[in-house]
Design a protein around this ligand. Sequence first.
Ligand code: PGA
Length: 238
Amino acid sequence: MKKIVCDSYEDVCRYAADVYALQLKDKPDSVLGLATGSTPVGLYDELARRYSNGELDFSKAQSFNLDEYYPIDPSHPQSYDYFMRENLFNKINIAKFQIPKGDAKDPVAECVRYDALIDKAGGIDLMLLGIGLNGHIGFNEPAVSYPVGTYLVSLTESSIVANSRFFGPDEHQPTTALTMGIGHIFRSKKILLLISGAAKADITSKLFEGIIHTDIPACMLLLHPNVTVIIDKAANGE
Ligand code: PGA
């Protein structure tokens, strides 16, 4: 696991955008795994800026998002579908993007459908991850076992509280989600994990202890051959 420490969050985003530029240059039809949350927002801004400057072209690329609340209507402002359109897809020329359907009638069938789509695309070339305060990746929450394929997960109290900042006081906050399982994350050829802010310093230091804490899903990344962690000084405890 390679660690790149940047001075600031802005530098994290610029460094990560350089990784995307290289990826799309090497393989214009890349399959990109994408994430939501606060951390990737600056990266998405930078990708959109570079696209509008003519520096990046996504016209042959496609993407799969890690997760989506369930149940939620894709048009709901708190859905990850909405988030991705607002923050990235409406601003670039990506050929195709896929997000688990938060309004699917049958969540189990939706997970099977989603996995089949990822397989058909040949798996993910570059997977973007954030990390939860509890060490979750995607919505793979700390657990005693981790499904390989996409699945319906009950969110932990930690994730519900962390994400409550996005919901208004009277707004219903889902407590379950559909998430890509550990299998497709680990079959990704390259993984990029972005970490920012002092609140993540504790979980970051656990990740770099060199111990696979089984109750910290992100620690499984220690087993993957091509993971780059791009982190700002605050998250690095500096
Ligand atoms: P955050 O979320 O970027 O909003 O901190 C990361 C995550 O929960 O994976």
